[in-house]
Design a protein around this ligand. Structure first.
Ligand SMILES: *Cc1c(COP(=O)(O)O)cnc(C)c1O
Length: 476
């Protein structure tokens, strides 16, 4: 009966018909004879084998939708499904960058408002949405700083970074042609004497993350800003950890001049395997005239692309930024509201300190006890017993967890950097802590030979880094 109903001709025709546009790009192209593929050998495989193959591959993936993802510094925040859904609507995803401004007023309004929200959160005077990642924001921000000094006729060719900095900081400085000066931290925060010694008339900027990559708030930040400004340099805020302090303070209040926002870390957009990302940059008023073009303007009636930026550094990316990512960040901010954003930061800090309190009873945590949204343990003591941080990270995979960040920041030996984010429940944190503590009691051999349950067993990281095999054709 069922079969018959399914194949019943009138019923099928009632379903409706897809309208064909009649246009197939490339259909009119004649492929030259020598480029045509002949003797195509297409494997004959049943549908269910294909489906099982790809489902199995998809199940080997690990993401925030699969489980707890405590990757410190990266802030693997939950991606709300409402924003994914809205961003996938045709009217969000099918816009063309060359459409007439009059036809995309809604999209421009969203971009304009996001600029305003971010400026407000950062305390900044203006924002560009163009950069495609946090690191790209650093590059653009330093470009702006460079243009600012140059316009003043000052030749400043050095950027100072603390040894707790993310590797992208010195890299962005070097890409801008700067000499990088690294200063050592003292007790996990900026050493003011070291900073004083490094500052000079050659200093263009000091780059700082606050709270820093140890999860420690740099309490001397106002003094630091004063010292940097007294030297005629600017202070750059690496916004990767903004999720710890939203609404509590702002980079502007702390004295920063330029900052980037990692939308995927603070505003719940997906990391997306290296892209598509978004790293808007905020600047104080005196630097607005150097922003990349265009920014989105509003004249009280309509939204428009504003190219009227006198000393613009130009463009750092095609078009205007990653629109659907910007849309997701806008949705997140709208949905949470100011109070919700503050609460998100509070929960992130609370979750981090809960886990820290449980774990640091069993494994060393250098420097001071209280942390913000993340904390860094040291496996130095365990190493003496023959277990390294890498082994713990691998063994956690067997328990179904993504590993924390390891061996970063560099100033902590055998570092294990954990960031739970605000959306995890106490149950989830307890379960993770339970697995972690169990591993500390396991026999060395089990831990050292982990992972045992994953599709790929332990790889030779050193060989992989030195001799990367990037195509399946190169295997074997
Ligand atoms: C993630 C991160 C960056 C780089 O940001 P991306 O968006 O990944 O390019 C810079 N600094 C810190 C402290 C980070 O955690």
């Amino acid at each position: 009966m069922y079969r018959q109903a399914c194949y019943d001709e009138p019923l099928l025709s009632e379903i409706g018909e897809r309208e064909e546009s009649g246009y197939f790009p490339g259909a009119e192209v004649n492929i030259p004879n020598k480029l045509e593929r002949k003797n195509l050998r297409i494997p004959q495989i049943s549908e269910n084998r294909v489906v099982r193959h790809f489902i199995r591959l998809s199940q080997m993936n690990y993401g925030v939708d699969t489980g707890f993802y405590p990757l410190g510094s990266c802030t693997m925040k939950y991606n709300p499904k409402y924003s994914e859904e809205i961003a996938s609507w045709e009217k969000s995803s099918e816009l063309h960058p060359y459409q007439d401004e009059r036809t995309v007023q809604g999209a421009l309004r969203i971009m304009y408002e996001l600029q305003e929200y971010l400026a407000n959160i950062g305390g900044m005077g203006a924002v560009t949405l163009q950069p495609a990642a946090g690191a790209h924001g650093e590059f653009a921000g330093l470009r702006i700083i460079r243009a600012y000094h140059e316009l003043k006729g000052e030749d400043r060719d050095e950027v100072i970074v603390p040894d707790s900095a993310h590797g992208t900081n010195p890299a962005s400085a070097a890409m801008n042609g700067y000499k990088v000066i690294e200063i050592e931290s003292r007790n996990g925060t900026v050493d003011l004497d070291a900073l004083e010694a490094a500052l000079s008339e050659r200093t263009s900027a000091f780059m700082l993350t606050n709270p820093n990559t140890l999860g420690i708030f740099e309490e001397d930040v106002v003094k630091i800003a004063e010292m940097v400004h007294d030297a005629g340099a600017l202070l750059y805020y690496d916004g990767a950890n903004l999720n710890a302090i939203m609404g509590k303070t702002s980079p502007r209040k702390m004295g920063f001049d330029v900052m980037h926002f990692n939308l995927h870390k603070t505003f719940s957009t997906p990391h997306g395997g290296g892209g598509p990302g978004s790293g808007p940059v905020g600047v104080v008023e005196k630097l607005r005239d150097f922003l990349p073009v265009p920014i989105v303007g509003y004249d009280g009636e309509r939204y428009f692309f504003d190219y009227n930026i006198p000393y613009s550094i130009g463009k750092v990316r095609a078009y205007y930024g990653n629109f659907t990512v910007l849309l997701k960040a806008w949705l997140y901010i709208r949905r949470l509201g100011g109070k919700g954003l503050v609460e998100a930061s509070e929960m992130a800090v609370l979750n981090s300190n809960y886990l820290r309190a449980v774990l640091s009873k069993h494994i060393e945590m250098p420097y001071r006890p209280l942390r913000k949204h993340e904390f860094v343990l040291s496996g130095e003591e365990l190493k003496k017993k023959g277990i390294r941080t890498l082994d713990i990270a691998k063994r956690l995979l067997d328990y179904g967890y993504h590993a924390p960040t390891i061996y970063f920041p560099l100033l902590v030996r055998e570092a294990l950097m954990i960031e739970p984010t605000e959306t995890e429940s106490k149950d989830e944190l307890d379960a993770f802590a339970g697995a972690f503590l169990k591993i500390l009691e396991e026999d060395t051999e089990t831990v050292k030979s982990a992972p045992g349950n994953t599709a790929v067993k332990r790889v030779d990281d050193v060989r992989a880094a030195k001799n990367p095999v990037l195509s399946w054709k190169d295997i074997g």
